[in-house]
Design a protein around this ligand. Structure first.
Ligand code: TXE
Length: 483
C-alpha cells in the first residue's frame, strides 16, 4: 500500500479556512498511476460546495484582505513561498505518487511553486497605474483593481506549477480564489491551501473544492458570483467554460495545450539541440501543454537528426515514479487509452524507436515513448494533441515550407527554431504563430517571469510574468476636474 503520509484529509474541502466534508458527503477514489492501485479517496465536491466556497470568497473581499496593502499581500505570498520550499520533499513525494511523476520532475514543480510565490509576492506592490495627459483643468489616472472572486480550474499534468501561476497572480493583485483541482490530482492543491492558511492568508481568500469537472467544475464556471475564470485543460472543456462564463459576461483566460513544433535547419548546432528535441516531447510523459510533439527537420540533416533522436529514444527508461527514471506512467487509464488509440493510428508510419519499460508494475498506466518518422504534415498524428510521449519527425525543404508546416495546425502555443543564421532567427520569430518562440533552446527553463499563453485553439490571455497580473485586474480611469 502506498503511504501518502498526508497531514490533511483529502476527503474534505477547504472552505473559509475550515476543512469541511462535501455537503452531499461524496468521495471519489484516488489511484496511484504507477501501479493502478486504489490508495484512498478524495472529496467529491458539488454545486452546493461551490456555492459555499464562492460565498466565503465574496465575504473575504470585504474582510482584512480587502483592506490589506499590496506590500502586506506580497509578504504573505513570500512567506508562503518559503513554507513551500521547506516542504519541497513532502510535496515532491505526494505529487510523484498522485500524478506518477518521476521524483526529479515532481521536485522541479514544487520548486517552481515556491518561485511563483516569491515572484508574485515581490511583484504585488509594483503594479502601477498611469497618469494620462489630458485637457487643461483635468488630472486623469488609472487604477488597477482586482476582479473580485476568481475561479481557477486546474488540470492534472502540472498542478503545482499551474496553481502557482494562476492563484499566485490572482492573490498578488488582491483577488479571492475558488480553486477546483483536477479529480485525478488534487492533493498538492489541498496541501498548498493548507500552507497558505498557515502563512497568514485570511480565511476565505483561497478555497479549494475537489470534484468532478462536470459537477464542481461546471458549477464554478457558471456561478454568477464569480468575476473571472482561469482554465487550463482541453479545447472541448475550454469551449464549455467560455460559454458558461459568457452567460455571466465574465472574462476568461484559457490555456488549452498545443502541437508545438521545433524547427531544425541544416546549420543547427545539433549537439546542443538533441537533448531539447527529445526532452521537450517526453518530459512528464508528454503530458505537457507546451510539449514539442512535432520535429520539423531540414532534409539536409533529416536522416542524421532522426538517427540521433532514435538513439536517445532507445535509451529512455520508463517505470514507476519512485524509481525516478526518464518517463513515468500516464495519469490515468483513460489517458493511457487515449494515447494508445493515437498510436493505433500510426498505420504504416515508420516507428523509428521506442523507450523501454523497466520494472513497471502491472496495472500502471504506461506507454512506451515512441518516435515516428515519415509523417506527412496533415496526418492526424501531426495535427492532434496526443498528450503522451509521442513525437513525429517531418522533413522540409526550405524556410517558407518550414513556416507553413509550423503554422499548419489549429494550435499556437510555443515553438522553437534551431539555426545559427541570425536573419533567419528573426524572420521565423515573427512568422511563427505562437505565444512563445525559442531561438536555439526550448522552454527557456520554464521561467515564471515569461508571459505564456496561446493563439488559435491554444487559447487566449497570458499567464506567468507580470502580464498575468494585468489579466487578473480590471482598469479604472479616474478623471478629476479641478479647474
Ligand atoms: O481534460 P479536461 P482531461 C488535454 C489533453 C488531454 C485532454 C483530456 O489533450 O488528453 O485534454 O484531458 C475540469 N466545466 N489537456 O479530460 O476535461 C476537470 O475537472 C468545468 C491539456 O483531463 O479539460 C479538470 O480540472 N471544468 C491540458 C480540468 O477541467 C471542467 C491539461 C481539465 O480537464 C469541466 C489537461 C466542465 N464541464 C488536459 N469538465 C493543458 N493545456 O495542459 C472538466 N473540467
Amino acid at each position: 500500500m502506498t503511504d501518502l503520509a498526508l497531514w490533511f484529509d483529502p476527503s474534505k474541502c477547504l472552505i473559509n479556512g475550515e476543512w469541511v466534508a462535501p455537503i452531499k458527503g461524496g468521495t471519489l477514489p484516488l489511484y496511484d498511476p504507477s501501479n493502478g492501485a486504489e490508495i484512498g479517496s478524495i472529496a467529491r465536491g458539488t454545486a452546493e460546495d461551490i456555492d459555499a466556497a464562492v460565498a466565503a470568497a465574496e465575504a473575504a473581499r470585504s474582510g482584512p484582505w480587502g483592506r490589506m496593502s499590496a506590500a502586506e499581500r506580497g509578504r504573505i505570498l513570500m512567506r508562503l513561498g518559503r513554507m513551500v520550499e521547506e516542504r519541497v520533499d513532502d510535496l515532491t513525494r505526494i505529487e510523484a505518487i498522485d500524478v506518477g511523476k518521476p521524483l526529479k520532475q515532481a521536485r522541479a514543480d514544487a520548486v517552481a511553486l515556491a518561485r511563483y510565490c516569491e515572484f508574485y509576492g515581490g511583484a504585488a506592490d509594483k503594479l502601477l497605474g498611469e497618469t494620462i495627459p489630458y485637457l487643461d483643468g483635468y488630472t486623469v489616472y488609472t487604477l488597477r483593481e482586482p476582479h473580485g472572486v476568481t475561479g481557477h480550474i486546474v488540470p492534472w499534468n502540472y498542478p503545482m506549477q499551474i496553481i502557482g501561476r494562476s492563484v499566485g497572480a490572482a492573490l498578488a493583485t488582491g483577488n479571492t480564489c475558488v480553486l477546483k483541482p483536477a479529480e485525478d490530482a488534487c492533493l498538492t492543491a489541498l496541501a498548498f491551501a493548507d500552507m497558505a492558511k498557515a502563512a497568514g492568508l485570511p480565511d476565505g481568500v483561497l478555497n479549494v473544492v475537489p470534484g468532478l469537472g462536470a459537477e464542481a467544475g461546471a458549477a464554478l464556471t457558471a456561478h454568477p458570483g464569480v468575476h473571472h475564470i482561469s482554465f487550463t485543460g482541453s479545447v472541448g472543456t475550454g469551449i464549455m467554460v467560455q460559454e458558461a462564463a459568457a452567460k455571466n459576461v465574465v472574462p476568461v483566460t484559457l490555456e488549452l495545450g498545443g502541437k508545438s513544433p521545433q524547427v531544425v535547419f541544416g546549420d543547427a548546432d545539433l549537439e546542443r539541440a538533441l537533448p531539447f528535441l527529445v526532452n521537450a516531447g517526453i518530459q512528464n510523459a508528454g503530458q505537457t501543454c507546451s510539449a514539442s510533439s512535432r520535429i520539423l527537420v531540414h532534409r539536409s540533416v533529416h536522416d542524421e537528426v532522426l538517427e540521433r533522436m532514435a538513439a536517445r529514444y532507445g535509451a529512455l527508461q520508463v517505470g514507476p515514479a519512485m524509481a525516478d527514471l526518464d518517463v513515468g506512467p500516464l495519469i490515468s487509464a483513460k489517458q493511457q487509452g487515449l494515447v494508445s488509440g493515437f498510436l493505433g493510428m500510426a498505420g504504416d508510419l515508420e516507428t523509428a524507436a521506442q523507450g523501454v519499460l523497466r520494472d513497471a508494475p502491472n496495472g500502471g498506466y504506461y506507454v512506451r515513448p515512441t518516435l515516428l518518422a515519415g509523417v506527412k504534415p496533415h496526418h492526424p498524428l501531426a495535427q492532434k494533441e496526443i498528450f503522451g510521449p509521442v513525437q513525429v519527425v517531418i522533413p522540409f525543404d526550405d524556410e517558407d515550407e518550414a513556416v507553413a508546416i509550423a503554422n499548419g495546425t489549429d494550435y499556437g502555443l510555443v515553438a522553437s527554431v534551431w539555426t545559427q543564421d541570425g536573419g533567419r532567427q528573426m524572420r521565423l520569430a515573427r512568422a511563427i504563430c505562437a505565444g512563445q518562440v525559442f531561438l536555439n533552446n526550448y522552454g527557456a527553463g520554464g521561467g515564471v517571469e515569461l508571459p505564456f499563453g496561446g493563439r488559435g485553439k491554444s487559447g487566449h490571455g497570458r499567464e506567468k510574468g507580470f502580464e498575468a497580473m494585468y489579466g487578473f485586474t480590471t482598469l479604472k480611469t479616474v478623471a478629476a476636474w479641478h479647474g
